[in-house]
Design a protein around this ligand. Structure first.
Ligand code: AMP
Length: 406
């Protein structure tokens, strides 16, 4: 079956066309037929990129909103391909939705009730859910006859035990206002656990794995089989690791102290912690790991410090999750940083041989974007690089949803 998978951000619409079936899922042979992206929606020059079977096309046109973005992308797709794949072969549209709250965990066909619940979760994800909803509405308008399926980034984390998702604050904040840890990047973490189990020739129910999604936003999850026993992002994606521009964990007293120091509003302090902190705040120059590594090579001390803080926080989380799991079968690295930077991987797991975590340094340096194992044969924990594939996860969920309802 063929699915269009859509991921809408504030000014972007990414899409992939994925072919999948039971057999393809089992053999991991699902096919990405095409992929593309519309960037800078709402600006005078939007960019539209499309990639399909060796053909790459790009256009610059004015695109006012997500409805138009989808329409133009589909037009370009149909004219750019002389292959037999036409939109009338689509079986459904899958949508990445960032926040599903406590009620929406499994991927499911979107009806009015589901849409209302996604809307309700805007209070928890004001920067993401509104755009996800725009994508859903645009796709429904464009493909009124097709089922629309939502897959949630918070979804798999709904398996978290209560002791992992509660904050130690007065109870009514949870009961009346839903303030708890939700966790994010769930589709990526699920993919990494699934692919890791396949590479180890084990069932997903049987492995204990720590998955590290390290991109501009970054988080970890600790899986005991199919259950996430802890994850590093919380009520919002601000908690946990040091990220490109987000502080990650911080003493809450620092927040109130800066607010009174600077006479900041909620919006202003949000901006400091989400957009001016992390690698950018520490280095004073960049939120981009590649640039940071270059600066470090040129002797920039603040860049070196930023990397040190990033890697120490990461190592602390890896070790904490290793302990919570009572040992892990595998640790997986992914995301732009985790898939590419052997230096970050090296620092994050150096000197852990007492825990049975032993990297093969030359294998580590060889793995750049490619999938592979880089632990030594005597390491009791296997180490993997696995480029993530959230869209594939969504397409498979679409397939399972439709099979279950037919
Ligand atoms: P993502 O959000 O997953 O696209 O990841 C973006 C992050 O990955 C940025 O900080 C990039 O600098 C980083 N990144 C991409 N390629 C490399 C590379 N070759 N080495 C180190 N970091 C990289």
């Amino acid at each position: 079956m063929l699915f269009l998978v859509i991921n809408c951000g504030s000014s972007s619409l990414k899409f992939k066309l994925v072919e999948t079936s039971w057999e393809q899922i089992e053999n991991n042979t699902d096919k990405i037929v095409a992929s593309g992206e519309v960037e800078q929606i709402g600006q005078s020059y939007s960019k539209l990129h499309l990639k399909t079977d060796g053909i790459q096309r790009s256009e610059q046109i004015e695109i006012k909103n997500h409805h138009e973005a989808l329409e133009k992308a589909m037009q370009l797709f149909e004219t750019a391909t002389d292959k037999a794949i036409k939109m009338d072969e689509l079986s459904g549209i899958g949508h990445r939705v960032v926040h599903g709250g406590e009620l929406l965990s499994e991927s499911l066909v979107i009806d009015q009730e589901v849409e209302d619940q996604i809307e309700e979760c805007i209070q928890f994800a004001p920067l993401h859910n509104p755009h996800n909803l725009e994508g859903i509405r645009a796709a429904r308008e464009h493909f009124p006859e097709l089922p629309q399926i939502a897959a949630f980034d918070t979804g798999v984390h709904q398996t978290l035990p209560v002791k992992s998702y509660m904050y130690a604050i007065p109870w009514h904040y949870y009961e009346q206002h839903g303030i708890r840890r939700y966790g994010f990047h769930g589709l990526s973490h699920r993919y990494l656990r699934m692919r890791c189990a396949q590479l180890m020739d084990k069932s997903t129910s049987d492995i204990k794995v720590v998955t590290c999604h390290l991109g501009n936003g970054a988080s970890l999850a600790a899986f005991d089989g199919k259950t996430v026993i802890d994850t590093s992002m919380g009520f919002t994606p601000l908690e946990g690791l040091v990220m490109g521009t987000r502080s990650g964990d911080i003493d809450p007293a620092v927040v109130t102290y800066i607010m009174s120091l600077e006479n900041f509003s909620r919006e202003e302090i949000d901006c400091v912690l989400n957009q001016q902190s992390g690698l950018l705040g520490l280095s004073g120059k960049t939120n981009d790991m590649r640039t940071l590594l270059k600066l470090m090579g040129q002797g920039d001390e603040r860049a070196e410090l930023a990397l040190d803080v990033f890697c120490q926080r990461l190592k602390k989380y890896i070790c904490a999750y290793y302990g919570l799991l009572n040992g892990a079968d595998a640790i997986v690295f992914s995301g732009g940083i985790g898939s590419n930077s052997y230096e970050v991987r090296r620092r994050a797991i150096e000197n852990l041989d007492q825990l049975g975590i032993i990297p093969d340094c030359s294998l580590n340096t060889e793995l750049v974007v490619t999938e592979g194992r880089f632990s030594t044969p005597d390491s009791s924990t296997a180490l993997f690089v696995i480029p993530t594939n959230e869209e594939l996860m969504i397409a498979r969920d679409c397939y399972r949803c439709l099979q279950a309802t037919n």
